[in-house]
Design a protein around this ligand. Structure first.
Ligand SMILES: C[S@@+](CC[C@H](N)C(=O)[O-])C[C@H]1O[C@@H](n2cnc3c(N)ncnc32)[C@H](O)[C@@H]1O
Length: 244
């Protein structure tokens, strides 16, 4: 597959148009966005300003956490999906006007490849990398390492499948029940269908991002201090640095 063919439009249509309903079926998501912001805010490095890159900003939920957490952060947030980015433009108007934020409609790999080596202090992301094809994700991680400055921080709050396959299967069964209960309550069977299809993509063999192999891959690429700083079920906050 070419790079272009590896970028799927998983957030076009109903899912993207009603993305605010994600918190109904996945309350862990907004909490993780807050954690990504808090982790960057707590990072002691103080270059002025702090140059940050966000991959897959969506409607801007994690961007808000990042920008409100650190006054010194200048953020470039990229997303490949216009349906999401249009909402981000409106939700993040305050920071766009302040000049602290730039938004770009680009796929993550294309955006990374367009950046010079060692150009960012921080690369952050939430619930984006698990959507990628495995090979594309590996290319993205390789580029994250390249664009980070030595000592730079990578923070990813994401869906990492459980390494125990049976336990993971039970967890996904629970998610499906949650989807039916919550969307059934809202009478939104159209969204239920779309999110089940989406979950099927997340779980497919060429997408699924299991925790242990994902951490191993990052170490093999050359990331240092690869750590799981928080985890509840499939939701994990993973951090790493580019070695000095
Ligand atoms: C689940 S949403 C998460 C949005 C946001 N990070 C948040 O925390 O709410 C995943 C986002 O990744 C974007 N995305 C998916 N594949 C992408 C790619 N290859 N390049 C850039 N963005 C991508 C989607 O358009 C979507 O906005």
């Amino acid at each position: 597959m070419s790079g272009h063919e590896q970028v799927e439009q998983l957030f076009a249509g109903l899912i993207g148009e009603h993305y605010e309903l994600l918190k109904v079926i996945c309350p862990a998501a907004p909490d993780m966005s807050r954690r990504v912001g808090a982790r960057v805010a707590a990072w002691p490095a103080q270059p002025a300003p702090l140059a940050g890159l966000e991959l897959g900003c969506g409607t801007g939920i994690t961007s808000v956490a990042l920008l409100s957490g650190r006054e010194d952060l200048r953020l470039l947030s990229v997303d490949s999906e216009p349906t999401m980015l249009n909402q981000a433009r409106s939700n993040l108007a305050h920071w766009l006007e302040q000049g602290r934020l730039s938004l770009a409609e680009q796929d993550a790999l294309g955006a990374l490849r367009a950046q010079p080596e060692s150009s960012f202090d921080v690369v952050a992301s939430a619930y984006t990398l698990h959507n990628f094809f495995d090979s594309y994700r590996l290319d993205v991680l390789r580029e994250v390492l390249r664009v980070l400055k030595p000592g730079g921080l990578f923070v990813n709050g994401d869906r990492y499948a459980l390494d125990d396959v049976r336990e993971h299967c039970r967890s996904v069964q629970g998610e499906i029940q949650d989807y039916f209960r919550e969307f059934g309550r809202l009478g939104r069977y159209d969204l239920l269908e779309q999110w089940i299809v989406h979950l099927h993509s997340d779980e497919s063999p060429d997408h699924i991002m299991r925790l242990a192999p994902a951490l191993d891959a990052m170490r093999s690429l050359g990331f240092a201090d690869v750590a799981v700083e928080y985890r509840v079920g499939v939701n994990a906050l993973v951090t790493a640095v580019r070695p000095c």
